[in-house]
Write a protein that binds this ligand. Structure first.
Ligand SMILES: Cc1cc2nc3c(=O)[nH]c(=O)nc-3n(C[C@H](O)[C@H](O)[C@H](O)COP(=O)(O)OP(=O)(O)OC[C@H]3O[C@@H](n4cnc5c(N)ncnc54)[C@H](O)[C@@H]3O)c2cc1C
Length: 384
């Protein structure tokens, strides 16, 4: 029996484990999933936790459910080093050898004491902290934006801004609330091409949200409640919702799997390491290297393609899943919902400067789609 080790039980890792469980035959693979957290969290719903529509247990499941459903061996441990030349992964709870390795460690948020207490809901505890801050929010200047790019879910800071606008209206404080999205991009959703720029400009206009583009954050002056850009522009605020810096996971950064920026190097479309033929990378840990935004939908489709290759190799032949280079992101804008659909195929192969994108919406029906997708996610992985 071959051993497949999966590092990370987030979007990519949990899908990989479930597909190996569903598509593999009894006795074909021993699947070991290693994560430092006991939970699988559905990160898109952090926004609903922050806005009081969900409690933490509604948007996470114990990873141990993968053991019950598929026989996955779930190990709660921190990965400290990856040694692909020896087919070994080291953790704080011992070393694990593998025949096949799937790296799905995502990206890490870089702790930055300057921003302490202003973090955007990009982790569950930050989402709960924002909910507490909103308890006392009675209007004023709200600034939302990322300290740097890339970060998880490119449209999400805009979604937060639209939700804040909606909350302000519901509280009757919209007249004394001004919302600004600051961003290193010159235009909203710039890297997604002109159609998206146009669509997001329209949304910003409709919701009366100001966009401060080309804003590369230099420092956060917490005493003056001001965010300062490298070009000297200053944004004063009463409420700051700041997306922290993201960085590659340390274990990947320090391994031979890393590309120059520290995220993992992979070949397209296989997602296989160019140096180690039994190692693959999926999700946020590879997104910057191949030129994708960080999104769970990418991790999901990549996981299915990688699992297909592993079963194909072992079984002699297996017709599985190709890498579907499409991404869909559904947004709850408070007033209504909208969906972004992008095909990245030509962009990833260098044949086009931008993905081919459509902005669908806004209709209230998309909010229902978002709720439906959250349900589907847990049902599909954990068989609820
Ligand atoms: C607010 C918000 C909204 C979003 N909305 C959307 C959306 O609408 N659509 C969409 O497609 N995506 C969305 N995303 C992005 C999506 O959640 C991520 O892109 C996705 O989770 C990436 O999956 P992943 O498997 O690569 O990494 P992750 O899901 O981040 O999983 C990584 C896992 O690795 C574990 N780990 C990390 N380091 C170690 C270590 N050293 N040892 C052991 N375990 C470790 C972590 O605990 C984690 O469980 C959103 C994200 C946020 C924050």
């Amino acid at each position: 029996m071959k051993r497949v080790v999966i590092l990370g039980g987030g979007s990519g890792g949990a899908v990989a484990a479930s597909r190996l469980g569903k598509w593999g035959r009894a006795g074909e693979f021993e699947v070991v999933l290693i994560d430092r957290s006991p939970w699988h969290e559905f990160r898109p719903s952090y926004l609903w936790v922050a806005l009081g529509k969900r409690e933490p247990d509604a948007i996470r499941r114990p990873l141990s459910l993968l053991s019950q459903r598929y026989g996955t061996r779930v190990v709660q441990a921190t990965v400290t080093s990856i040694r692909p030349e020896a087919n070994v992964v080291e953790t704080d709870r011992g070393a694990f050898e593998y025949d096949y390795l799937i790296v799905a460690l995502g990206s890490e948020l870089r702790w930055d004491s300057q921003n302490e207490g202003c973090e955007a809901p990009w982790e569950l505890d930050f989402a709960l902290a924002l909910r507490e801050r909103l308890r006392h929010f009675s209007g004023g200047r709200v600034v939302v934006g990322p300290l740097s790019w890339p970060y998880r879910c490119p449209p999400a800071p805009f979604e937060v801004a639209f939700m804040m606008k909606y909350l302000a209206e519901q509280r009757g404080i919209a007249g004394r609330t001004q919302i600004t999205v600051f961003h290193p991009w010159n235009e909203p959703m710039e890297t997604f091409g002109p159609q998206m720029v146009e669509g997001f400009r329209r949304f910003l206009n409709d919701f009366d949200v100001h966009f401060e583009g080309g804003f590369v954050c230099d420092r956060h002056d917490r005493e003056r409640r001001t965010i300062v850009a490298r070009d000297g522009r200053e944004l004063e605020y009463d409420l700051a919702i700041v997306v922290p810096h993201h960085q590659p996971p340390e274990a990947v950064r320090n391994s031979p799997l890393a590309a120059s920026e520290g995220y993992m190097d992979v070949a397209l479309p296989s997602m296989q390491s160019p140096r180690f033929s039994n190692v693959w990378g999926i999700g946020d840990v590879v997104a910057p290297t191949i030129g994708l935004g960080m999104a769970g939908v990418f991790a999901h489709f990549q996981a299915e393609h990688v699992v297909s290759q592993i079963i194909d190799r072992e079984r002699g032949a297996y017709l599985g899943e190709l890498y579907n280079m499409v991404g869909i992101c559904v947004m709850d804008t408070g007033y209504m919902g909208a969906a972004v659909w992008c095909n990245f195929t030509d962009k990833l192969y260098g044949r086009a400067p931008y993905p081919d994108c459509r902005l669908l919406g806004g209709m209230r029906a998309f909010r229902a789609v978002k709720v439906g997708f959250e349900r589907y996610w847990f049902a599909n992985l954990f068989g609820e």
